[in-house]
Design a protein around this ligand. Sequence first.
Ligand code: ADP
Ligand code: MG
Length: 325
Amino acid sequence: GNLANKIAAGEVIERPASVVKELLENAIDAKATQITVKIEESGLKSIEIIDNGEGIARAEVALALRRHATSKIKDVADLFRIRTLGFRGEALPSIASVSEMTIDTAAANNGDESGTHLVAKGGNITQNDPAPKRVGTRIKVENLFYNTPARLKYIKSLQAELSHITDIINRLSLAHPEVAFTLVNDGRDMLKTAGTGDLRQAIAGVYGISTAKKMVELSISDLDFEVTGYVSLPELTRANRNYITVLLNGRYIKNFLLNRAIVEGYGSKLMVGRFPLAVIDLKIDPFLADVNVHPTKQEVRISKERELMSLITKAIATALAEEVL
Ligand code: ADP
Ligand code: MG
């Protein structure tokens, strides 16, 4: 029921950026190629995500607001081979339980079936009507945490919330160069990526064209891992540790040891306390990764981590050495 949803929300939906992350992942799972994010007051007033993905069938929209009713996990083996980003079936119910949510959607390729206009407040559906067909899904989340004052109180600065949101969108833009992302905050364009599928162009959308041009491509593999991506030259080090993005099988992850391996690849070329700008794309057998460690799914346990670390360090050192020659 709603209480369980609110409890789950406390765990996964910490702040406006958590909402943005979950809704974006759903749009990506629905194979959207264009996603627009519009926020007001750093997402506290409203968060609107418009995608051109597969949409939700009329009969399934209300179900999507029920916990675990829709999990993308079909069997136990799926747990070990997670390919879609969302797999718990609790994001939408959690978000809905602590906000006012409006969903406009229609399933693609579903004959004459109409679309849906659904409104829920605190997770209770107040409207669920047929609507004209449309392409994709629009989900608007208003007055987040209106019924959880303790959570609201903990949010201190709009500036900090905005930077959490841009951080999420930056990482997802780098993880999905095939998707054109747009972010509009209080009517101002904040980010636009090309959606061409080219990682360097995605980097250009996030960090600027001149930065992207100066980055060096890397590529190396062994029997277990494939490491590709781009790293900045040592002189281009206005970056701090936040400018390192590690993608594992298309998913943004946080891993302290892999970050260390990246910095190590710079050897003595990097001044102490400086960090490179790097986007490292790892392809590994899903059986070597356990992404089921934390509900927000960013922490990952990797087998043969040491082997991967030295491969990454070597990839960067080699790419930079070739550039100097
Ligand atoms: P999960 O992603 O773990 O399945 P969610 O609570 O995030 O669970 O989403 C519930 C369901 O709603 C999804 O499984 C999906 O079927 C549907 N859904 C949510 N957002 C979208 C979207 N933007 N486009 C298409 N379907 C969506
Ligand atoms: Mg999801």
